[in-house]
Ligand binder design. Structure first.
Ligand code: APR
Ligand code: ZN
Length: 255
């Protein structure tokens, strides 16, 4: 159920953001849904159709990279553009209300929209690394090879284990972005959480850590999350509608 965008909730979110001095955005797949990229959990999510341990785990990738690349060829969306939710975060950051955007997404849409200080906890889908020789390649080049042959072979060493630089199930998060996000969370006074089911750790530990250190949480998500009861404001709605409404109330010139 999507609740109506009642003004008091939007006003409360805007006033929390306006009053914060060390705000963060924490985003998940839901923020990119209106850009045409599917999310994972909940109504319409990819993991309701596919088993994540088959198509997105390092064990399965190493066992059968062809299966991974066939899935990629059939399901990867290219050419996505930022939507009004990504742009609203840019406006909030430019107005001085957000220090950084911490994201679980690998689509690069925050950077494309113009956000700065974007921390990618789960890597990027735009680069591919050879697990044998460690050379890296742009994703477009390997997607092209993958259209001819799955799995694509490393142009440098001929190896079969070309992997997008995304974190698969069974892999650790990149240490430096995780530590940076943790430090920001400990210093944050507000986290604006957008489009995440908040079920996947250690990423979901970031807003939790911020809350434990005294930050207020403001959640914008289509469905309820396990963090709703810890949040100062919860708005159930579409990110592309709710965030511009919050930004225009926070920064009167925005939107
Ligand atoms: N606006 C706001 N929220 C939305 C929208 C929308 N337009 N569309 C969907 N949602 C919500 C869904 O209801 C869901 O609760 O976004 C949430 C997305 O949750 P997940 O699909 O679990 O995405 P995320 O939290 O980013 O997942 C974390 O899991 O499989 C992995 O590595 C993947 O980074 C991902 C991680
Ligand atoms: Zn190689």
């Amino acid at each position: 159920m999507i609740a109506p965008l009642t003004d008091p909730l939007l006003d409360r979110a805007a006033s929390l953001i306006r009053d914060s001095r060390a705000g963060l955005a924490f985003t998940g797949a839901g923020i990119s849904v209106e850009s045409g990229i599917p999310h994972f959990r909940g109504a319409g999510g990819l993991w309701t159709q596919f088993d994540p341990y088959k198509v997105a785990s390092i064990g399965e990738f190493r066992r059968d990279p062809a299966q991974y690349w066939t899935y990629s060829r059939n399901h990867r969306r290219t050419g996505a553009a930022p939507n009004p939710a990504h742009l609203a975060l840019v406006d909030l950051q430019r107005a001085g209300h957000l220090r950084a955007v911490i994201t679980q997404n690998t689509d690069g849409l925050h950077q494309k929209a113009g956000s700065t200080d974007v921390i990618e906890l789960h890597g990027s889908s735009h680069a591919v690394e050879c697990l044998d020789c460690e050379r890296t390649y742009p994703r477009d080049r390997i997607d092209q090879l993958n259209r001819q042959q799955s799995p694509p072979l490393c142009p440098g060493c001929g190896g079969r284990f070309l992997k997008p630089t995304v974190v698969l199930f069974g892999e650790s998060l990149p240490a430096q972005p995780l530590q940076h996000a943790q430090a920001l969370a400990e210093a944050a006074d507000l986290v604006l959480i957008v489009g995440s089911s908040l079920q996947v750790y250690p990423a979901a530990g970031i807003p939790r850590l911020a809350r434990e250190h005294g930050a207020q949480l403001c959640i914008v998500n289509a469905e309820p999350t396990p963090f709703d009861r810890m949040a100062a404001v919860v708005i159930h709605g579409r990110a592309g509608e709710v965030l511009p409404a919050i930004a225009s109330r926070t920064i009167p010139s925005a939107g």
